[in-house]
Structure formats: structure tokens, C-alpha cells
Design a protein around this ligand. Structure first.
Ligand SMILES: Nc1nc2c(ncn2[C@@H]2O[C@H](COP(=O)(O)OP(=O)(O)OP(=O)(O)O)[C@@H](O)[C@H]2O)c(=O)[nH]1
Ligand SMILES: [Mg+2]
Length: 396
């Protein structure tokens, strides 16, 4: 499939440009109107950008059922096809859902072709149009879920190998689903160090749920896995922050230390070095306040862990934050060095595209997602297959 963008002053002009450039079979995938506001109106006219697609008949396709793909891996040999079978099973519900919605589209295309063509020609045209309709449906679904258009186009281009004229909705859908799962990668929840403490820092903007997430994780390690857990907080900025963490620590019967400087932090880590897990809470800072962010970054980067201990950083961001702000946040907080991502507040949004966008943008590993305010229940390790299914319109 070839995908191109065309800009003109009206939709008709843009479509005309697309047809001139790509031929009469070009199909419009998306239309975006940019309206000029305020003083710009005087200098610039409104414009329309269309994304057009054309099935590329020169590339041979590989039906998806000849390729085995697994989470976090690449193309696999036949003996590892079990994983793929599991993926396909998960597609069933999703496929019937999309098929239902496709029925109307396909019927319309057929009715149109019946009027205009001979039988053989009509069959060929139906196959091609149905194929493009499938892809368009998937395209719309991903855009609806706020997946960045750039990444949607990337996915669509990548599945061209399965988009042959005899492709069915399930082969196209399986292909795009598998690609999304692969791109999401394998989530990395906290892994303890066998002999010494594993130190984890939680950083991120204000109010995203860092302290609550720490309490959820502490509870899981202490109560379910019977591990020795300690907490440290450097959030001496917000008046109630220390009390908040102390309350959770008391309920769970875990020690907590309050630190004001990197030296005090290092001393606290040293004190708990024989514990299994040390959770370090930091003050939420606006990514727009450079000096505050630099202080926090220095705190995390300059801390030292005793010999044998390991250290990890978890960047906590809310799934309900606008994509543009998320981009700024990961850029600023990304200065802490290597980090994993925790997405909070999935219960406050119904479009999960940002999660996918941020993974593609940062390539940082996912870890946990949180789905509500309740401690300790509302936390999970991110499920890439479930997320891929949601992005494609399946039930959560
Ligand atoms: N809906 C929803 N609310 C959440 C979730 N996680 C945390 N919260 C709520 O978000 C609010 C802020 O949570 P905190 O844990 O204090 O956030 P924080 O990042 O530590 O905040 P600061 O320390 O002030 O930067 C609280 O009301 C939490 O109950 C979640 O997954 N879903
Ligand atoms: Mg906090």
C-alpha cells in the first residue's frame, strides 16, 4: 500500500491532486482541515490535508498464516507457532465486532459495483475495494483511539505485505494486531535483586499517582510476596506528602525515612540495603519549571546504591494527559537516564493511543498500569495483547 498526503485549499482540490498523482484508484483515508485563527487569517488561508492510499500491485504479499510472530520477538520458526495461536484466539471477538461494522460498508461498495460493471470485472473490483475498506476501518479505529497519525500510517504501510487482493479481514487484522503487540514490547515490572536491595525511584509530574502507585506496589511485595520492603520519601515540598506516605507505611508495617538531601538519601539506602525492595518517592514537579526538575533529576542521578544493590527509575505519567504534554514530560524527565514507564489513571480515559505513542516515541519499557484509586487492588502489569485489542476497538 502506498500512502501520501496532499494539501490544498478545498477537499475537492486535494482529492483531485491525489488522483492526478496516484491515479483514479487512490482512496482517501483521512481528511484534516486546518482553520487559521486570529491574525493568521489575514496572511494564511484555511487548508485541507488529505491522506490517500493506493494498493501497490507490484509487491507480492505474504499471507499472515504463513508467518509466526510472538510478543517481543520477530519472525519465528514453525515449532513456536503456539504463541501465535494464542494471539489468534484473542482476535476472535475483535474480528466479529469489526466484521459487523464492515458489513454495511462492503454492501454499499458491492451495490455500487453491481450497477457499473460486468460480472468478472465486478468480482475483482469488489475484492480490491473490500480490502481497502478493511484497512480504512482499522485506520479510523486507531485514529479514534488517538494513536498518532504518523504511527498509524507506519502500521498501515507495514501491513501491505498481507494486504493482497484475496486477504480477508482476519488476515489483515491479525497482522496489524501482531505488529502492535510487537511494538509495545514485553513489559518489565520490578525484578528483585537476589542478594541485596533493589532500589526503585518514582518520578513524574504533580498528582499523577506516584505515592499511590508506591503504596500499591509495596502492598503487593510485602503482603502477597512476603518481601522486606522499605520506603523513602524526598517529597518535603508538599505539606501533606510525608503524612500520606507514612499512613501507607503504617498500614503495611514497613519503615519509612524522610530525606532532604542526596547525602541523607544515600544514608537511608545504606540503612535498608539488606531489605528486598526500597521504594523512593519524589516530589511531583511541573515539567515546565526547569529548576525544580533539575533538582529532582540531580537527586535521582547522583544517589549512590551500596555494592551489590541495583537501581531502577520508574517514570509515572497519567494516561489522561494530552499527547503534546506527555511529549514534553518525557523529554524533561527523560534526563534521569534509563527509565521504565508506569501509566496511571487508565480508568479516566477511553482512548489508549497515548500509551502506544509514548512507547514508540521513547522506546522505554512499560511496567505497570493503574486503573483506579483503590490501594492495593487497582494496579496491573501492562498487558500488551489486551491493549492492542483495545486500540483496534475490542472490548477492554
Ligand atoms: N482515577 C484514578 N486516580 C488515581 C489513580 N492513581 C492515583 N490516583 C489519584 O490521584 C491523586 C493523586 O495521587 P498521588 O499518589 O498523591 O499523586 P502523586 O503523583 O504522588 O502527587 P504529588 O506527590 O503531589 O506529585 C489521588 O487522589 C489518587 O487517589 C488511578 O489509577 N486512577
Ligand atoms: Mg506524592
Amino acid at each position: 500500500m502506498i500512502i501520501k498526503k496532499f494539501i490544498a485549499q478545498t477537499e475537492q482540490e486535494a482529492v483531485l491532486k491525489a488522483k492526478e498523482d496516484m491515479g483514479p484508484n487512490a482512496i482517501v483515508l483521512n481528511i484534516k482541515t486546518t482553520k487559521q485563527r486570529g491574525i493568521r487569517k489575514l496572511f494564511k488561508k484555511d487548508s485541507v490535508e488529505i491522506t490517500a492510499a493506493l494498493e501497490d500491485r507490484t509487491t507480492g504479499g505474504i499471507p499472515v498464516n504463513k508467518v509466526n510472530v510472538a510478543v517481543g520477538g520477530d519472525v519465528l520458526p514453525d515449532e513456536e507457532s503456539n504463541q501465535r495461536a494464542a494471539i489468534e484466539e484473542k482476535l476472535d471477538t475483535l474480528q466479529s465486532l469489526l466484521e459487523k461494522r464492515m458489513d454495511e460498508n462492503v454492501k454499499k461498495v458491492r451495490e455500487h459495483n453491481e450497477d457499473a460493471k460486468g460480472e468478472k470485472e465486478e468480482k475483482k473490483e469488489n475484492e480490491k475495494n473490500t480490502n481497502v475498506s478493511y484497512i480504512r476501518l482499522i485506520y479510523d479505529q486507531l485514529i479514534d483511539n488517538e494513536v498518532d497519525e504518523k504511527y498509524v500510517n507506519q502500521l498501515i504501510t507495514e501491513i501491505e505485505s498481507v494486504s493482497r487482493k484475496e486477504s480477508t479481514l482476519d488476515t489483515i487484522l491479525a497482522s496489524v494486531y501482531q505488529k502492535i503487540v510487537l511494538k509495545l514490547g514485553t513489559p518489565k515490572p520490578i525484578e528483585l535483586n537476589e542478594k541485596h536491595a533493589h532500589v526503585t525511584f518514582f518520578v513524574g509530574p504533580t498528582g499523577v499517582g506516584k505515592t499511590t502507585t508506591i503504596a500499591k506496589i509495596a502492598s503487593s511485595f510485602k503482603l502477597e510476596k512476603d518481601k522486606k520492603v522499605a520506603m523513602i520519601t524526598s517529597d518535603t515540598y508538599r505539606i501533606a506528602a510525608i503524612e500520606q506516605l507514612k499512613t501507607y507505611a503504617n498500614i503495611l508495617s514497613v519503615p519509612v525515612s524522610v530525606v532532604y538531601t542526596v547525602e541523607e538519601l544515600n544514608a537511608a539506602i545504606e540503612k535498608y540495603k539488606d531489605y528486598d525492595l526500597i521504594l523512593v518517592d519524589t516530589a511531583g514537579r511541573s515539567h515546565k519549571h526547569q529548576q525544580h526538575c533539575e533538582e529532582m533529576i540531580h537527586f535521582v542521578k547522583d544517589s549512590l546504591v551500596p555494592k551489590g544493590c541495583t537501581k531502577d527509575v520508574y517514570m509515572v505519567v497519567s494516561a489522561a494527559t494530552k499527547y503534546k504534554d506527555l511529549l514534553d514530560i518525557v523529554e524533561v524527565y527523560g534526563q534521569v537516564g534509563k527509565y521504565n514507564i508506569v501509566f496511571t489513571k487508565l480508568d479516566e480515559t477511553s482512548a489508549y493511543g497515548n500509551i502506544f505513542n509514548i512507547r514508540l516515541k521513547t522506546q522505554a519499557n512499560f511496567s505497570y498500569v493503574t486503573v483506579g484509586q483503590t490501594v492495593p487492588d487497582d494496579i496491573r502489569v501492562l498487558d500488551a495483547q489486551k491493549l492492542a485489542k483495545s486500540l483496534l476497538g475490542g472490548a477492554n
